[in-house]
Design a protein around this ligand. Structure first.
Ligand code: ATP
Length: 368
């Protein structure tokens, strides 16, 4: 049988079937189409970047951020975006995982000729993830890690004097987040989780140039370009809830590859009702560390207080309470009250959440 020609250039031999479209393409057309799609995401609307902007690439050493560093450096030169690029890495203090992946980032620093800044949880918060997991166990550790990393990236960006952080979140990550927010009924987050750029009054601008890039294509790109990246999963248990969304999404993708983009488009079509927008809290500064926050304490300090209170796992279990508010206080689940008149459901009172009441409650209150 004669070799299949590339469906784009029609001359070279097709070597890749694009997971996103099913098109059979040659290697060089795959590189071109992948990079052009990222460029299109970057220039869409008003464009992600301004000329002369200082941009930090959140670099974990994994496939997504490694490919992002490579593609962004390439496009910056090819299209003359005029960006000043940096690598920014957060060392969460996970022995046997992040220490190894940071070695990869150091290699990328040399390969791409980009300045690198590394900040650690230990220096910023006085806690490593190893220490946190030894205290709280594996169940909620992803929440600590996510909250601390978000703030650590902001602090690193401020130290670098950059205006903008880009991360390697890909189309699969975003579609999973849409599904998770639907499953949790978290309407406020559902309304904003598909935005390619987020920016608050006092927060550093964040963008996801891989919003429409499929994870499988990112892996393919890294493989064919022979990029150096670290491919081991985090040694601590993954976010269980996201895991369900991920498995569901992978099943959907195997039946219909467009499911990932379709879910993102559905998420983009959600518009917050005025009442929901009004319910969102005004921002202030954290009373403990001065970071931007919607409460007296920022999320990281609320978690740190719980850790400092030294609650052990049995204490965590005791603090579990099904009446805890749903994320952003959007709803409560009415509970059957045996003392109420027949068939009457009582709505639990709204609870003011304080981190000192227990880590579990603090974690639930800020669930990502
Ligand atoms: N320790 C870190 N330091 C800097 N940036 C990070 C770090 N961890 C994650 N990020 C940023 O957040 C993005 C999404 O992180 P996530 O934890 O989902 O990892 P991932 O999907 O495995 O990505 P990657 O393949 O880049 O590790 C990463 O692509 C990266 O830009």
């Amino acid at each position: 049988m004669p070799p299949t020609p590339c469906s784009l250039c029609q001359t070279a031999r097709a070597l890749v079937k694009r997971p996103k479209t099913g098109q059979q393409v040659c290697k060089s057309c795959f590189f071109e189409v992948f990079e052009t799609e990222v460029h299109n995401t970057i220039i869409e609307g008003n464009g992600l970047f301004k000329r002369g902007e200082k941009v930090a690439i959140g670099a974990s050493g994994g496939k997504d951020s490694t490919v992002l560093a490579h593609v962004l450096s390439t496009l910056n030169q090819r299209y003359d975006y005029g960006l000043d690029l940096y690598l920014l890495s957060i060392d969460e203090g996970i022995t046997g995982y992040r220490d190894d992946s940071l070695e990869t980032v150091k290699q990328n620093q040399v390969e791409y000729g980009l300045p690198l800044k590394i900040l650690s949880y230990d220096d910023l918060y006085g806690w490593t993830m190893d220490k946190i997991v030894s205290q709280v166990g594996r169940k909620n550790n992803c929440t600590f890690c996510g909250v601390f990393r978000r703030q650590a990236l902001d602090r690193g960006a401020a130290q670098l004097g950059v205006d903008h952080i880009v991360t390697g979140h890909n189309a699969d990550d975003i579609a999973e987040t849409v599904l998770m927010n639907i499953m949790r009924g978290d309407i406020a987050r559902l309304g904003r989780c598909t935005a390619v750029t987020t920016e608050g009054e006092d927060t550093i601008k964040r963008s996801k140039p891989f919003k429409y890039a499929y994870e499988k294509e990112i892996v393919m790109y890294a493989y064919f370009k022979k990029l150096t990246y670290f491919s081991t999963e985090c040694i601590y248990s993954p976010d269980a809830y996201r895991g369900h969304a991920r498995v569901f999404l992978k099943d959907l993708e195997s039946i219909r590859p467009s499911a990932i983009i379709d879910i993102i488009h559905s998420g983009e079509s959600f518009v917050l009702q005025e009442g929901v927008q009004r319910g969102m809290k005004a921002m202030q500064t954290c009373k403990r560390c001065g970071y931007i926050s919607s409460n007296d304490l920022c999320k990281a300090c609320a978690l740190l207080q719980g850790l400092e209170a030294g609650l052990d796992r049995s204490a965590l279990r005791q603090t579990q309470d099904s009446t805890t508010l749903a994320p952003d206080g959007q709803r409560t689940i009415p509970k059957y009250d045996r003392h109420a008149t027949a068939f009457e459901l009582s709505t639990p009172p709204k609870i003011e959440l304080h981190a000192t009441e227990g880590i579990e409650r603090a974690v639930k209150a800020i669930a990502l």
